[in-house]
Write a protein that binds this ligand. Structure first.
Ligand SMILES: [Zn+2]
Length: 491
């Protein structure tokens, strides 16, 4: 398997540190707002990569952090407090905001069918370990105290700029010390920030304060995955300064770090950057409410290489919708054909060897090999999707002419093989929802499951919220009966 490494700017043969066991760390959300479809892309890509690595017989330990103390959270809390939208303190309001938007993030990931990481460390759970780590950096001479702040000393970093491919002289030209900052050099960055009045803060050897953003990822990744681990991922916008600074910190602490860096391209809307100020912000909720099916978004992502930017347009979602229809129609037709001829063909001996089997199913097997080859080549999903449609094309031509005369046994077997491969790959690796045709769509199913969960937890208020959402946004009426809940569409 070859993966592009942002650090070496080359596709490299992937060799895990421990045979068959992979540690993967991805920078997760800063929880201060509703998650948008750009967050969905990054989360989906790394979930898909995890699924494919597992499919390739690796065991994967996947860590995605949550930044739950940060300037953006505090400034949102400050607005709430000063606008008197809340009576609680600034620190309490910050906590509430982080809690609320982490819940939104979890809810949306569930709606999208994106798997939960194996660990999801939060910055606020790691304060003592971060303080210890910063203390080590000071002892080693890689960081210095200035007032109540602690800064990383960039001059002590070896090869600073190696990930973002910049030289330090050029970076110095663009870096400034802003008024009020106590750092010695424009490129130095805060490891610890002294607290201003009312801000969330923790005691430290340098006074009350809170960690800078970058330090949490160095500390949490080494704590959970070890000092050296296989894959570090995130959006391409995190390369500088965030990931560059993570490397500086870890190397400054005398530790190894990630061997391979994977960065996903960003999402634009009609070729423009997505921003609330531009009025083109699409939250995951907006998307789900309008289209009712997260798979359209997933197909949009799959059709572009993960490293490239993806441009979101209504037309492209329309195309993704058609693609999903084509997959579903094929699976449905294939299923009915397979059932129809099952008794005619299943009794007969099929193939006596793998070679024999491959010979008869040649074109379908070639497609499947090409599909895996595409995925093994830096997760080339757009090519993989192309191979899936090649298979569907072969499968469709079989369903049009299949009958039960003897010669069709091979074609019947081929159809089964294609059907199973398409279904398996689309659901297990790409996470598309293709079961229960014509019944509930994926999101509806998830909402019903959530309501059921809240009822089991006896949280009837929350359960009722889900009932209302299903009724209002999805036209689904739920009725609780003795042996379970039944649903029907409002007509
Ligand atoms: Zn990070």
């Amino acid at each position: 398997m070859k993966i592009y490494n942002s650090l070496t700017r080359k596709k490299e043969e992937f060799v895990p540190i421990k045979e068959k066991k992979i540690g993967m760390y991805v920078c997760g959300p800063t929880v201060y707002d509703e998650p948008h479809i750009g967050h969905a892309r990054s989360a989906y890509i790394f979930d898909m990569i995890r699924r494919y690595l597992k499919h390739s017989n690796y065991e994967v330990q996947f860590v995605r952090n949550v930044t739950d103390v940060d300037d953006k959270i505090i400034s949102k809390a400050r607005e709430m407090v000063s606008g008197q939208l809340t009576v609680v303190s600034l620190a309490e309001a910050s906590k509430e905001i982080a809690k609320k938007y982490l819940e939104s993030y979890h809810r949306d990931m569930k709606l999208l069918g994106i798997g939960h990481p194996d660990s999801e460390p939060r910055a606020t759970e790691y304060i003592p370990k971060m303080i210890g780590y910063i203390g080590d950096l000071i002892t080693r001479g890689a960081a210095y105290i200035a007032g109540g702040d602690v800064y990383f000393d960039i001059k002590k970093a070896k090869d600073y700029g190696k990930l973002s491919n910049q030289n330090i002289e050029n970076m110095e030209m663009g870096a400034r010390v802003s008024p009020g900052e106590k750092k010695r050099d424009g490129l130095d960055f805060a490891l610890w920030k002294s607290a201003k009045e009312g801000e969330p803060s923790w005691d430290s050897p340098w006074g009350k304060g809170r960690p800078g953003w970058h330090i949490e990822c160095s500390v949490m990744s080494s704590d959970i995955l070890g000092d050296e681990f296989d894959i570090h991922g995130g959006g391409i916008d995190l390369i500088f300064p965030h990931h560059e600074n993570e490397i500086a910190q870890s190397e400054g602490a005398g530790k190894g770090f990630a061997r391979l860096w994977i960065h996903n391209g960003l999402l634009t809307i009609n070729q423009e950057k997505m921003a609330k100020s531009l009025g083109n912000f699409i939250s995951i909720q907006d998307f789900i409410k309008e289209y009712k099916d997260a798979d359209y978004l997933k197909l949009l992502f799959l059709n572009t290489h993960y490293r490239h930017p993806v441009d979101y347009t209504r037309e492209k979602i329309g195309e993704a919708k058609k693609e999903k229809e084509r997959i579903k129609i094929f699976l449905k037709t294939a299923k009915s054909n397979i059932e129809k001829y099952e008794s005619a063909y299943n009794e007969r001996p099929i193939f006596d060897s793998k070679l024999h089997f491959n010979n008869f199913l040649k074109d379908a097997v070639t497609c499947k090999d090409s599909l895996e080859k595409a995925m093994d080549d830096d997760f080339n999903t757009s090519q993989a999707i192309g191979e899936i449609f090649n298979m569907i094309h072969i499968g469709n031509s079989i369903t049009m002419t299949l009958d039960d005369n003897n010669n069709d046994m091979i074609r019947y077997t081929k159809l089964k093989y294609i059907r199973d491969t398409v279904y398996d790959f689309c659901t297990r690796i790409f996470g598309l929802s293709l079961g229960d045709e014509e019944a509930l769509c994926f999101v509806e199913k998830k909402l019903i499951e959530e309501r059921k969960r809240f009822r089991e937890l006896k949280d009837f208020k929350k359960a009722d919220e889900f009932r209302q959402i299903l009724l209002k946004d999805y036209n689904i009426i739920l009725e609780d009966e003795k042996d379970g809940t039944v649903w029907r569409r409002k007509t």
